[in-house]
Design a protein around this ligand. Structure first.
Ligand code: PLP
Length: 266
């Protein structure tokens, strides 16, 4: 920086080199052009966590800050080509984060077995609907099912946890924990089940074969879009940096709390 805060070209080159050297997190998610959720939110969170985002679009949504009007799925072969080009030339990929998959879920399930990606930490945010009620994945819960098996970390909200566990939507923390345990029994390495929509003070459950840990928070007034995207992306980035799962989840919750505190609904 100069005395007046302007960056010299050398500083820019240095900081770019710094970012390029960071562990890579590959994201497969939808573009929300209004910037509240999806790839833009993912990129912000991954940079804030100290890793490098590589952002592949699975769908282009037509949406404003208020609602989703529709979406257009990116063809499966284009989704696959984006991910493999990055894995081949910008790797190694330390973590993969999934958000909205549109019509690309089967292609993404095949990518999960690819040798360049199979060794990464997979963080799956199973996005079924937008907050305004639009369905964001073709095939519903069945489309995500193969992605929830064989060791991913899954971050469902209460509605999604119930849907994937095959149980009624949980209304309290005990029921949420029951759903999370089912997903671990079904093949997830860990589940961070988000209790933000339950009554009372919000509690998330971090559940793995090693046990269950409640992560308690404080309810904030209002709501903001993209909190699920940000939580899962920050978590994936911290795993890419080598942080343990519990610390990464706690830090991701802190990051989202700070994001919620930064002002009104967006
Ligand atoms: N991804 C995209 C592209 C979206 O448009 C949305 C919601 O509209 C989501 C993800 C889900 O966002 P949230 O983090 O609020 O669950």
């Amino acid at each position: 920086m100069t005395a007046h805060g302007a960056r010299r070209p050398a500083d820019d080159a240095d900081s770019r080199r710094g970012e390029e050297g960071r562990p890579r997190v590959l994201v497969l998610a939808g573009l929300d052009p209004s910037g509240g959720a999806g790839l833009v939110a993912d990129g912000e969170a991954i940079l804030a966590a100290g890793a490098r985002p590589l952002l592949c679009a699975t769908a282009i949504t037509i949406q404003t800050t208020a609602r989703v009007r529709g979406w257009h799925g990116i063809p499966a072969e284009v989704v696959t080509a984006q991910a493999l080009a990055l894995a081949e030339e910008e790797g190694p990929i330390r973590a993969v984060k999934l958000g909205m998959l549109g019509s690309a879920a089967p292609a993404v399930a095949r990518l999960k077995e690819h040798p360049l990606l199979a060794g990464a930490a997979w963080v799956v945010d199973p996005v079924l609907f937008s907050s305004s009620g639009a369905e964001l994945v073709e095939g519903g819960t069945d489309a995500y099912r193969p992605l929830l098996e064989r060791g991913p970390i899954v971050t469902p909200n209460a509605m999604e946890a119930g849907a994937f566990a095959g149980l009624p939507e949980p209304r309290d923390e005990a029921a949420l924990l029951g759903c999370a345990r089912r997903l671990v029994d079904g093949g997830a390495a860990a589940v961070l089940a988000k209790g933000g929509h339950l009554d009372g003070e919000p509690v998330d459950w971090l559940v793995s074969a090693r046990g269950a840990e409640p992560l308690r928070g404080t309810r904030r007034p209002g709501s903001k879009r993209g909190t699920g995207c940000r939580l899962a992306s920050f978590l994936a980035a911290r795993l890419a940096l080598g942080e343990g799962l519990f610390d990464a989840a706690r830090d991701a919750k802190r990051y989202v709390a700070a994001y919620l505190d930064r002002g009104a609904s967006a």
